[in-house]
Design a binder for this molecule. Sequence first.
Ligand code: HEC
Ligand code: HEC
Ligand code: HEC
Ligand code: HEC
Length: 187
Amino acid sequence: MRLIPSIVFLLMGSLIFAQDAGPEFVGNKKCKMCHNKTEKGAQYTKWETTGHANTFDILLTDEAKAIAKKRGLKTTPDLAGECLQCHVTGWGTPTGYQLEVDETDKRAVSQNNALKSVGCEACHGAGSLYKGKKDMLAIEAGTLDGATLGLVKPTEQTCLGCHNDKSPTFKPFDFKERSAKIAHRYP
Ligand code: HEC
Ligand code: HEC
Ligand code: HEC
Ligand code: HEC
């Protein structure tokens, strides 16, 4: 008899735990599966042609190394949180880009590589909960609020999270003009 209440308690506990588990980063490749059809705007290919696809590699350049040296960083920029925070996806979160992954875990390595850029989720939010086709269609139709599953509607504030004067190479940011440069709306 005493077992039943504790099982119920355990079940409730795991339900609460499951609800607590927030959205996790899944990486661009997962979005590409569904968001690269020409007739739907080919978002992935469009993204790939913007600087946002290159933000990690830029940290490997001599220009980046010179900036890091001038700032007195103890490591190269590709290893420095001071730089990575705006040059990868999900920096400083448990499921975002990590400096160290278990090299024998192929899935983890490939997942981490998929976060080495300012990817879809850097603006739209971590995708594990909203990426299902049924939910995506419902969000699009307006019958489901994407925000409850972690989907972010990017605004100027989203951009200003990185395009600000903490960036060593900061250039004034005009939202309208810059948005046009990365536009990937439906046709
Ligand atoms: C299984 C397929 C699938 C996957 C995976 C997927 N999507 Fe979608 N998404 C859709 C569909 C279907 C729509 C509805 C519009 C359409 O038909 O293209 C949509 C709509 C959207 C919208 C517009 C929502 C709105 O408010 O109208 C955004 C933004 C979006 N997806 C971002 C993403 C991102 C970012 C990822 C990766 C983390 C992702 N999607 C993964 C299928 C998918
Ligand atoms: C997570 C950080 C981050 C966020 C968020 C972000 N950016 Fe960027 N953005 C960067 C970095 C880093 C570069 C530098 C890439 C380069 O020089 O190639 C960049 C470069 C750009 C460029 C120039 C590259 C090109 O292809 O022309 C444009 C335009 C741009 N961002 C627009 C935006 C807009 C609009 C938003 C918001 C909707 C935004 N960014 C949000 C980090 C970010
Ligand atoms: C607050 C966010 C942020 C931080 C922190 C940051 N960057 Fe950037 N970085 C950007 C953005 C945004 C751009 C795109 C330039 C722009 O539009 O301002 C950029 C562009 C660059 C570029 C390309 C050159 C250019 O003029 O576009 C280099 C190189 C670079 N960053 C190196 C670094 C290094 C090295 C660090 C660490 C010392 C660093 N960044 C830290 C946001 C950041
Ligand atoms: C730098 C930020 C940024 C990145 C990176 C980004 N997006 Fe977007 N995305 C936006 C903005 C801004 C909008 C326009 C939102 C609006 O007008 O309501 C948008 C709109 C969309 C839409 C809706 C289009 C429409 O016409 O309503 C889809 C789908 C989408 N993005 C998918 C993606 C996918 C897939 C990726 C990665 C391959 C991606 N986005 C990367 C900022 C971004």
